[in-house]
Write a protein that binds this ligand. Structure first.
Ligand SMILES: Cc1cc2nc3c(=O)[nH]c(=O)nc-3n(C[C@H](O)[C@H](O)[C@H](O)COP(=O)(O)O)c2cc1C
Length: 309
C-alpha cells in the first residue's frame, strides 16, 4: 500500500483529497452515501457572521464542460455551524472553515471566532458573486496583503489558507502578496467570472447576469495558475479547478499543489472524491510510488527554466 498522506501547513492529512467549498455543504448529505472520513479534509460552504439567503434564482446554469453559479454565499451563519456541524465533522476528518465577509473587519471577527476550533481557515477573498467584500478584496495585491494580515493577526492557533481569485492581472503577484501578509498557505482557483445568454429570451440565464465558472473546462487554466503561484512562494498551495479524476489531481500535485480540492464534480458524481482517493492509490501502486508526497512539484518545464509570468 502506498502512503497517500500529505502534510499541509504542519497538519497531517491522510490523503490530499478535499471537497471544495460550496459543493459539499457541511458533508452530511454525502455521508449518507459514503463514510466521509475517507477524505483528507472537508472544506465547508463559505461562512459569514450572520446567516445569508444568497442571490435570487436561477443561480446555477450549465454550459459545455462547465457550470456557472451565482449562489452568493447562502449559509446558516458561523454560530449555527459551530453549534450544529463542527463537532460532527471533526469526528470524521480535518475541517477547513471557508470564511467570507462584507468588509475587512468581518474577516478578523470570523477568524477570531473559529481560531482553535477548526484545522484550517480558508479566507475567501475571491467570491465573484457578492456585491461587497468578496472578490473586491482579492484583486489588487495591496488589498490581498492587507486582508491577509488582518485575518492572520486575529489567529493564534489555526493555520490560514488564503483562497485566491483567478480574475486578476497576475496570480504570482497576488500569491506573493498573501505570503507577505502572513498566509500559511494558499488555495486556488476560485471561479472565473462568466456569463451565458438564453438566446430565445435574449437575456443572461442567471438572475445575477454573471456567475462564477467552474468544472472540467477550467482545468488547464487552473493548472497553469497553480504552477505559477506555487513557484512564486514558499508556502504550500492547495490546487483546484475542474478536477474530475485521480489523473487530474496528479496534474495539480505535479504542478506544485500539496493537496487538491474537488468542486463541481461532486454534482456530476456524488462519489467523485472517494473514487479519486482510490484512483490515487492505484496510480501510485502501478507507478511504484511509495509516497504520494514525492510527486508534489515534480513537473519540469520543457526547454526553459521559468514561465514568463
Ligand atoms: C455552487 C458553487 C458554490 C461555491 N461556493 C463557494 C464558497 O462558498 N466559497 C468559496 O471559496 N468557493 C466557492 N465555490 C468555488 C469552489 O470552491 C471552487 O473554487 C471552484 O468551483 C473551482 O473548482 P471546481 O472546478 O472543481 O468546481 C463554489 C463553487 C460552486 C460551483
Amino acid at each position: 500500500m502506498s502512503d497517500l498522506g500529505v502534510t499541509l501547513c504542519g497538519v497531517a492529512l491522510k490523503n490530499p483529497v478535499i471537497p471544495a467549498s460550496g459543493t459539499f455543504g457541511f458533508g452530511r448529505e454525502f455521508d449518507e452515501l459514503y463514510d466521509i472520513s475517507v477524505l483528507g479534509a472537508v472544506c465547508t460552504k463559505g461562512l459569514t457572521l450572520e446567516p445569508r439567503a444568497g442571490n435570487p434564482t436561477p443561480r446555477i446554469a450549465e454550459s459545455r464542460g462547465v457550470i456557472l453559479n451565482a449562489v452568493g454565499l447562502q449559509n446558516p451563519g458561523v454560530e449555527h455551524f459551530i453549534a450544529h456541524d463542527l463537532n460532527w465533522l471533526k469526528n470524521k476528518t480535518r475541517v477547513i472553515a471557508n470564511v467570507a465577509g462584507r468588509e475587512i473587519g468581518d474577516y478578523a471577527k470570523m477568524c477570531a471566532r473559529l481560531d482553535g476550533l477548526v484545522d484550517f481557515i480558508e479566507l475567501n477573498i475571491s467570491c465573484p458573486n457578492v456585491k461587497c467584500g468578496g472578490m473586491s478584496l482579492g484583486v489588487r495585491p495591496e488589498d490581498v496583503e492587507n486582508v491577509t494580515r488582518v485575518a492572520k493577526n486575529a489567529l493564534k492557533r489555526t493555520p490560514l489558507l488564503v483562497k485566491l481569485s483567478p480574475n486578476v492581472e497576475s496570480i504570482a503577484e497576488n500569491a506573493r502578496a498573501a505570503e507577505r501578509g502572513g498566509a500559511d498557505g494558499l488555495s486556488l482557483v476560485n471561479t472565473f467570472t462568466g456569463m451565458t445568454i438564453d438566446i430565445e429570451r435574449r437575456r443572461p440565464v442567471l438572475a445575477n447576469n454573471t456567475g462564477g465558472v467552474s468544472g472540467a473546462g477550467i482545468k488547464p487554466l487552473a493548472v497553469r495558475m497553480v504552477y505559477e503561484a506555487s513557484h512564486a512562494v514558499r508556502i504550500p498551495v492547495v490546487g483546484m479547478g475542474g478536477i474530475t479524476c485521480a489523473e487530474d489531481a496528479l496534474e495539480f500535485m505535479m504542478a506544485g499543489a500539496t493537496a487538491v480540492q474537488v468542486g463541481t464534480q461532486n454534482f456530476t458524481d456524488a462519489l467523485a472524491c472517494p473514487k479519486i482517493v482510490a484512483g490515487l492509490e492505484r496510480w501510485c501502486a502501478s507507478h511504484g510510488v511509495e509516497k504520494l508526497e514525492s510527486v508534489i512539484g515534480s513537473a519540469v518545464l520543457n526547454g526553459q527554466r521559468s514561465l514568463k509570468c
